[in-house]
Design a protein around this ligand. Structure first.
Ligand code: TXA
Ligand code: MG
Length: 526
């Protein structure tokens, strides 16, 4: 296709064909057509079980050059050669160590790449000038068929523009490479979502250069001790990584990404605080949260990466979510961190790279905070407590708090008192949908400021919990006591609407004082 660019120079734009293939019923015609393109030196993106690859004939120097050009990738960054038959390994390698066979038997086809000395058959264009070659036998049936159709040796880097997150769907490939390659084979979403584990077999013991779904433990079960390139995690090492590709800022979304580190609870509090601060500046931050935590975020654009119970899902979702943030108007992105075990190693390695190693301890953000949570306690949690909580949420607080209310006697969840709701509505607020909840021992802890509506709830709490080992009662005050006011809040229950109105006014006065006190804590007060 010919197209005129802005300066009216005619440039050639390639037509990228997309072909859908069902893994379980592979259309041989498409495979034949794609194989033909590769044999003729063209580029075809195809699914593998890890990420989509950008295929080319691995034995053709010119095809390697096109691969680098399409990706915008530095040509010193070597490509992985994909094979479909273990016997083909011999042709492209030399001095293959004896452990290889056991590893191949256990993990091939699969998400493991091994590095060997290259044979003369492999051009330097493919290996980025190195004397070694990386080889992998993918398990995806489409990949296997395509490699065979192309003649047995297909070089394939991840099919993304260099620097962007690797593609886990054909749509991602299209976003990056449309118009630059001949064909995309759409085989649906990939299974694993992170690139293969790379092991250098030319050193003793073999060394992991890039973590992936095949973990160090799994390798050691088969061949005994393996070593790990120390540059894989963290930015402390002065050494360049042994896999050239690992040195580039990679997998990166457009917005700056920071990993928050601490206990999960600390991380959530820190990200809540960050999201709140930015929201006060009129900005929206992106948040990478999990099934376990998303409900706790109130500000920011939140993306759920999956359950911490199922790290495979987290691995599968990571690149998609990083890409999705590129479509959103977020100023920065903050992510929770993940346990560095099993595939968690690979998840954190990619997340660290996406973040350019930018991490922040959660405690740095939360340490100034005297209280993180404020709970207003009334008798039934249907009127004064929820009203106080709602008014406080509307105050101009400099710090983020988890603001809540609880009742002393709540036998079952009840909606807010109708008169209270009428008063809220006349003040442009609402508690619609709120249902009452009972105060429990878990509300009594050093993080939480407990403010009761009257003296009797405070006395009841102390009587019930003061001697309990697990409950922390030093933060329990009546609201007026805490703000230094002797204005008692009357219980309007059963009285006319005007009594509810007066109660609202009194609570508002106290809450305004409370907001000032809370803001004084953040000005270096405590
Ligand atoms: O899962 C995967 O491995 C995917 C799919 C498509 O197979 N491919 C992939 O390729 O991730 P790529 O090019 O995005 O990453 C290959 C990595 C780079 O970091 C590169 O530097 C390293 O492998 N590598 C390749 N050959 C090497 C060699 N001879 N020595 C050291 N590192 C090598
Ligand atoms: Mg890549």
């Amino acid at each position: 296709m010919l197209r005129a660019n802005k300066k009216n120079v005619i440039i050639k734009v390639m037509e990228t064909i997309i072909k859908k293939i069902d893994k379980n019923q592979i259309d041989e015609n498409i495979i034949r057509e794609a194989g033909e393109i590769l044999r003729e030196g063209g580029l075809v993106a195809f699914p593998t079980e890890t990420v989509y690859g950008l295929g080319a004939n691995a034995l053709d120097e010119e095809a390697a050059r096109k691969t680098y050009a399409a990706k915008g990738r530095p040509s010193d960054n070597p490509l992985i050669v994909h094979i479909a038959d273990f016997d083909d390994l011999d042709e492209i390698t030399m001095n293959v160590p004896p452990e290889t066979e056991a590893l191949a038997q256990r993990f091939w086809p699969g998400p493991l790449t091994m590095i060997f000395e290259k044979s003369r058959l492999v051009p330097y264009g493919t290996t980025g000038g190195l004397e070694t070659v990386a080889v992998r036998m993918p398990s995806d049936p489409i990949a296997k068929e395509l490699i065979l159709a192309a003649g047995g040796y297909v070089s394939a880097p991840s099919a993304n523009t260099s620097g962007r997150p690797s593609p886990t769907t054909a749509e991602h490939v299209w976003e990056d490479l449309n118009g630059k390659i001949e064909m995309i084979i759409d085989g649906g979403s990939v299974d694993i979502g992170l690139e293969s584990t790379i092991v250098d077999m030319t050193v003793t013991p073999p060394m992991i250069l890039r973590p992936g779904a095949i973990t160090a433990d799994m390798l050691e079960e088969v061949i005994g001790v393996v070593s790990v390139d120390e540059t894989i995690l963290g930015s402390e090492s002065n050494q360049p990584p042994k896999a050239p590709g690992m040195k580039y800022r990679h997998y990166a979304p457009k917005a700056k990404l920071t990993i928050v580190q601490g206990s999960l609870k600390e991380e959530v509090f820190a990200i809540r605080q960050l999201a709140y601060e930015k929201a006060r500046q009129g900005k929206t931050i992106g948040i990478i949260g999990t099934d376990e935590t998303v409900e706790f975020y109130t500000h920011g654009l939140i993306k759920n990466i999956g359950s911490r119970e199922n790290e495979k899902t987290i691995a599968r979702n990571l690149y998609r979510i990083l890409r999705e943030f590129d479509e959103e108007d977020v100023s920065e992105i903050y992510s929770e961190s993940f346990a560095i075990q099993g595939i968690g190693n690979a998840i954190m390695n990619r997340l660290e790279k996406a973040a350019g190693h930018c991490r922040i301890p959660a405690s740095v953000i939360t340490k100034e905070q005297k209280y993180r949570r404020i709970v207003f306690v009334s008798n039934t949690d249907t009127c004064r407590g929820p009203v106080a909580a709602q008014i406080l949420k509307k105050q101009n607080l400099e710090q983020e708090y988890w603001i809540d209310s609880k009742g002393m006697v709540v036998l079952f969840p009840e909606p807010v008192n109708q008169k209270a709701e009428a008063i809220m509505k006349s003040n442009q607020m609402s508690l619609e949908g709120y249902t009452s909840r009972k105060l429990t021992q878990r509300d009594l802890n050093p993080d939480t400021l407990v403010l009761t509506m009257g003296m009797n709830q405070k006395e009841k709490i102390l009587a019930e919990y003061e001697h309990s080992e697990e409950a922390y009662t030093d933060n329990v005050y009546t609201l007026n006591e805490f703000v230094g006011d002797n204005l008692e809040i009357p219980d309007p229950y059963g009285q006319p609407l005007t009594a509810y109105g007066e109660c609202y006014e009194k609570i508002t006065l106290l809450i305004e004082k409370l907001a000032k006190i809370l803001n004084s804590f953040t000005k270096g007060g405590q």
